[in-house]
Design a protein around this ligand. Structure first.
Ligand SMILES: Nc1ccn([C@@H]2O[C@H](COP(=O)(O)OP(=O)(O)OP(=O)(O)O)[C@@H](O)[C@H]2O)c(=O)n1
Ligand SMILES: C[C@](O)(CO)[C@H](O)COP(=O)(O)O
Length: 235
C-alpha cells in the first residue's frame, strides 16, 4: 500500500469579518501574504506529497503567481472554491482523489501552526484514522437562549476549541463529504462530517498561537506572533 499524504488548503473565503477591501488571506505579514506563510509551513514538511490550494475564481492567476514566485513546488493544483468552506474543501478532495491515501485539511488563514503539532496530528491520524488539532478553552462557556438567559454551564474540562489541520484517512473523509452532500448537511469543520458517520475523531493538543486570522484585532496579534514566536526560522 502506498502512503501518500495530500493537503487541502482552503483560501476561497471573502473574509467579511475582517472588513478589509483585500481578502484577509492576501494581507501582508512581514511583507508576505498570509496565504504564502501558510503554504510554506506545509511545503517544508517532508511528509507532505502534494498540496491543493483552493482559492477564489478571481484569484487563481494571482495564486499561481505566488506558487512560482515563492517556489512552492508541492502545490500541484490551484483551483476555485465554492460558496461555503465545506464546498471548497470538497472540491479540493476531488482533486486529490486517486492520488492520496491520507489527507490534511487546513485553513489558509492559519499561518502559525507549529511543525511539531502538525506532525503529532499526522501521527495520531496514522494510528486512528482521524485527528484534529485543538486547545482547551480558557473561558467559562455558557449556553444562552435567544432571550439572553443562561441555560447551562458545561464543564470546561470537556470543552476544546477546534483548529486545523484536521487529518484523516482519505477514503473516510471523502465518504463523509459525499454523505453530507447527499443529506444536505452543513458543518463548520471537517471533523463534524466524520463524527456524524459514528467514527471517532481524536483531539491532539496544539497551542494558542495557531490562530485563525478572522477579525481586525487578530492582525496586531499575528504581527506579534510572527515577530516573536513563529518567524520563518522558527517551527
Ligand atoms: N467559501 C469559502 C469560505 C471559507 N473558506 C476558507 O476557509 C477558511 C476559514 O474560514 P473563515 O475564517 O470563516 O474565512 P472567511 O469565510 O473568508 O471569513 P468570513 O466568514 O469572515 O467571511 C479560510 O481560509 C477561508 O478562506 C473557503 O475556502 N471557501
Ligand atoms: C475549521 C475551523 O477552523 C475550526 O475552528 C473553523 O470552523 C472554520 O471557520 P469558521 O467560519 O470561523 O467557523
Amino acid at each position: 500500500m502506498t502512503d501518500k499524504l495530500g493537503v487541502v488548503i482552503v483560501a476561497a473565503g471573502k473574509g467579511s469579518r475582517m472588513r478589509t477591501k483585500e481578502s484577509k488571506q492576501y494581507l501582508l505579514l512581514k511583507h508576505k501574504p498570509i496565504i504564502v506563510h501558510t503554504l510554506e509551513r506545509f511545503q517544508r514538511l517532508e511528509a507532505v506529497d502534494s498540496i491543493v490550494l483552493v482559492t477564489g475564481a478571481e484569484d487563481l492567476e494571482r495564486c499561481e503567481g505566488y506558487v512560482a514566485e515563492y517556489g512552492l513546488s508541492k502545490v500541484t493544483h490551484v483551483i476555485a472554491g465554492g460558496q461555503e468552506r465545506q464546498d471548497s474543501v470538497y472540491r479540493g478532495l476531488l482533486e486529490l482523489s486517486g492520488s492520496a491515501d491520507w489527507v490534511m485539511v487546513h485553513d489558509g488563514v492559519r499561518p502559525f501552526t507549529a511543525e511539531e503539532h502538525i506532525l503529532a496530528c499526522l501521527g495520531k491520524m496514522k494510528e486512528t484514522g482521524a485527528a484534529v488539532l485543538a486547545v482547551p478553552v480558557k473561558d467559562t462557556i455558557k449556553v444562552v437562549n435567544p432571550a439572553g438567559t443562561i441555560e447551562a454551564t458545561p464543564d470546561r474540562r470537556s470543552l476544546w476549541a477546534i483548529q486545523t489541520p484536521q487529518a484523516f484517512r482519505f477514503s473516510l473523509l471523502l465518504q463523509a463529504y459525499e454523505q453530507a452532500a447527499r443529506d444536505g448537511f452543513a458543518g463548520t469543520d471537517d471533523a463534524m462530517l466524520v463524527e456524524r458517520l459514528g467514527v471517532p475523531v481524536q483531539v491532539v493538543e496544539a497551542d494558542y498561537y495557531n490562530i485563525k486570522i478572522t477579525t481586525p484585532e487578530d492582525m496586531p496579534w499575528a504581527e506579534w506572533i510572527i515577530s516573536n514566536i513563529r518567524g520563518e526560522s522558527e517551527t
